[in-house]
Structure formats: structure tokens, C-alpha cells
Design a protein around this ligand. Structure first.
Ligand SMILES: NC(=O)c1ccc[n+]([C@@H]2O[C@H](COP(=O)([O-])OP(=O)(O)OC[C@H]3O[C@@H](n4cnc5c(N)ncnc54)[C@H](OP(=O)(O)O)[C@@H]3O)[C@@H](O)[C@H]2O)c1
Length: 245
């Protein structure tokens, strides 16, 4: 019997990469998308194959919804069991200085992309499948940080979108949930944690479990929500080790 198949956007590093590996360990194959980092997605392909699962990589800019029909055609009609809308960029600006350009980029990549990519993939999504959108703790009441008004607005929109999709897709047995990571050591924000390791300790001190997250902490939860926690839909699960608890 063929393995189940997942599509993961932004699988060339960080949380997307860790999700691909967590799914591969469960015997789930994947289609991995990348944007500007082909060597990153190559590393993900190797890690997935080392777990005994199959994977292939395709380039996709989730900020360009006009390319989605051609992207879906490239998939060749194979049924998808799982979709992870993970690709994202982290850009910050004080509210008084945020430009329309910044707002529009975040809107296209973090909100419009997941909305219309999910819509474009509906014909391929298998009955009984599942979708996870990667949101952010920044969209929640207790995590409001100056500089993230535009970013967090898009993630808040994603949370709302996810509940509506959960309602409408339930008739096909498709579950839809959000996972909201807290601060997690990835390449987000132009590799901010590698360039500014001094950012880490203050965030760790605000985290109940005493450290920032690693990509694997989040990837495991996404894989479990997709493949194991089959009575959960329409929820937003914070995965942060208790950030600002
Ligand atoms: N790290 C955190 O602290 C944190 C906290 C809350 C939420 N998140 C969310 O977690 C998700 C994954 O980010 P990450 O932390 O794992 O960061 P990351 O290591 O920078 O990974 C981001 C991924 O998104 C892809 N991507 C960026 N722009 C894209 C575009 N226009 N089209 C398609 N793909 C694009 C990147 O591809 P290329 O590198 O190939 O360009 C990369 O694979 C994002 O949605 C982010 O908002 C992260």
C-alpha cells in the first residue's frame, strides 16, 4: 500500500523542515516547497529519505497566488492527505512606521497565500485528511510585542480563517487547525537568532519551561495533529513552552 502524502510549504528550513522529518518518521511521504533556498530543501529531502520516506521538492512563492493553478498542475493529480501552510517571513516595524509595502508583503505571504493555496488544493485533498496552518503566539492576547502589529494581524486572520475552513471542510471529514509557535530557533527574520544570540536569553526567561523552542518541538506537534489527534478540529494550539504564561 502507498504511504500517505503531505504537502509542506516552506520546508527548506526551520519548522517546515522539522515537520517533514516528523512526518517521515511516521511513514508519511511529502512534497516540500521552498522559495529561495534550494540547498536547504535538499537537506530536508535527505533527512526525509534517511527516515525511509519519499519526498520531492518544488519551488513555490506563496505570495503569488496567480501561480497556484500552475503549481497545482505540477502535482500531477496525486491525492494529498495532509497540507501544512507553514511558509512565512518575519518582518517587524513600529506601528507608526510600518509601510504599505511591509503590510502588503505580510498579507500576501502569511494570509492570502494560505487562503488561496488551500482553496486551489481542495480537489486534491483526500476525504479524512487534515490541514495545519502555522500561526504565531504573537496573535494571542498575552503575547502583544511592539513591532509586530502587521505580522500578528495576519496571523490573527489565519486563526479566524482556519475555524471557518474547519466548519466548511468537515463535511468531507477534513480537519483544519492552527499551531501557534512561541519564539523558536529558526532562520526567521533574516536569521535573527543566529545574528543576535543576545535575543535568546530574555525570551527564555519569559518562557515557563526556561528556554526558547526548537523547530523539532513544533514539527512534532504539527505531525501529531495531522496524523494522530483525529478528534481535533477548528483549534489553535499554542506550542511555546509556556511563553508569557
Ligand atoms: N521561529 C519563530 O519564532 C516563529 C514563531 C511563530 C511563528 N512562526 C512561523 O513559523 C513559520 C515557519 O517559519 P520558521 O520559523 O521555520 O522560519 P524559517 O526557518 O525562516 O522558514 C521559513 C520558510 O518559509 C519559506 N518562505 C519564506 N517566504 C516565502 C515565500 N514568499 N514563498 C514561499 N516560501 C517562503 C522559506 O523558504 P526559503 O528559505 O526557501 O526562501 C522557509 O522555508 C512561519 O509561518 C512563521 O511565521 C515562527
Amino acid at each position: 500500500m502507498k504511504n500517505r502524502l503531505a504537502l509542506i510549504t516552506g520546508a527548506s528550513s526551520g519548522i517546515g523542515q522539522a515537520t517533514a522529518v516528523a512526518l517521515a518518521r511516521r511513514g508519511i511521504d511529502s512534497i516540500l516547497t521552498y522559495h529561495s533556498n534550494p540547498s536547504g530543501v535538499e537537506a530536508t529531502l535527505q533527512a526525509v529519505r534517511a527516515c525511509g520516506a519519499q519526498a520531492r521538492a518544488l519551488r513555490l512563492d506563496v505570495g503569488r497566488s496567480e501561480t497556484f493553478p500552475a503549481f497545482v498542475a505540477e502535482l500531477g493529480g496525486e491525492p494529498l492527505h495532509y497540507l501544512v501552510n507553514n511558509a512565512g517571513v518575519g518582518r517587524a516595524a513600529a506601528f507608526g512606521e510600518a509601510s504599505e509595502e511591509l503590510f502588503d508583503e505580510l498579507m500576501r505571504v502569511l494570509l492570502k497565500g494560505p487562503y488561496f493555496l488551500t482553496q486551489a488544493l481542495l480537489p486534491l485533498l483526500a476525504e479524512g485528511g487534515a490541514v495545519v496552518h502555522v500561526s504565531s503566539s504573537s496573535s494571542e492576547m498575552h503575547c502583544v510585542s511592539p513591532g509586530y502589529s502587521a505580522y500578528a494581524t495576519m496571523k490573527g486572520g489565519l486563526n479566524t480563517m482556519s475555524r471557518y475552513q474547519a466548519k466548511e471542510l468537515a463535511e468531507r471529514g477534513i480537519r483544519v487547525n492552527c499551531v501557534s509557535p512561541g519564539p523558536t530557533r529558526t532562520r526567521l527574520g533574516g536569521d535573527a537568532f543566529a545574528k543576535h544570540p543576545e535575543y535568546i536569553e530574555p525570551l527564555a526567561r519569559q518562557t515557563a519551561l526556561g528556554r526558547i523552542g526548537e523547530s523539532e518541538d513544533v514539527g512534532e506537534v504539527i505531525a501529531a495533529l495531522l496524523a494522530e489527534l483525529t478528534w481535533v478540529t477548528g483549534q489553535n494550539l499554542e506550542v511555546s513552552g509556556g511563553f508569557r504564561l
